[in-house]
Design a protein. Structure first.
Length: 128
């Protein structure tokens, strides 16, 4: 059988998290995080990226809230805590201490600087 790439995949670093099992629904069907998020109307890759870049405590709270909204797989009390811990462990690790560069802000500073330089040069030209 020929290899056919899956076009649904956005970023493979989230595959472990998105393919992790949340639990079994009322029909006994295994439900993945990807399926849960899609059923909730949440973009799975955006949510995975968001959870990855949050502090763990905040990510846990957010994931608990999503699981609480998802009634297809009933999770309560200790089962909910265990599921959240297991799913959080599937997220890719990123350093939360290093701020991500903001190229937009940097380019705005350059534009302002160039604008001031041109204004100064224009004033100098009219002054002589």
């Amino acid at each position: 059988m020929a290899y056919v790439p899956n076009r649904l995949r956005q970023d493979p670093q989230y595959d472990l998290f998105l393919q992790a099992t949340v639990g079994d629904d009322v029909r006994g069907t295994s439900v993945t995080v990807l399926s849960m998020l899609a059923r909730l109307g949440v973009d799975p890759w955006v949510e995975a990226a968001t959870l990855t870049h949050l502090k763990e405590v905040v990510a846990r709270q957010r994931l608990e809230a999503l699981l609480g909204r998802f009634t297809d797989v009933p999770l309560f009390g200790p089962a909910l805590d265990m599921a959240v811990s297991r799913l959080i462990a599937c997220l890719p690790r990123v350093s939360k201490d290093v701020p991500t560069p903001r190229p937009t802000a940097i380019s705005i500073y350059w534009l302002v600087g160039i604008g001031l330089l041109l204004a100064y040069a224009g004033l100098q030209a009219h002054g002589n």
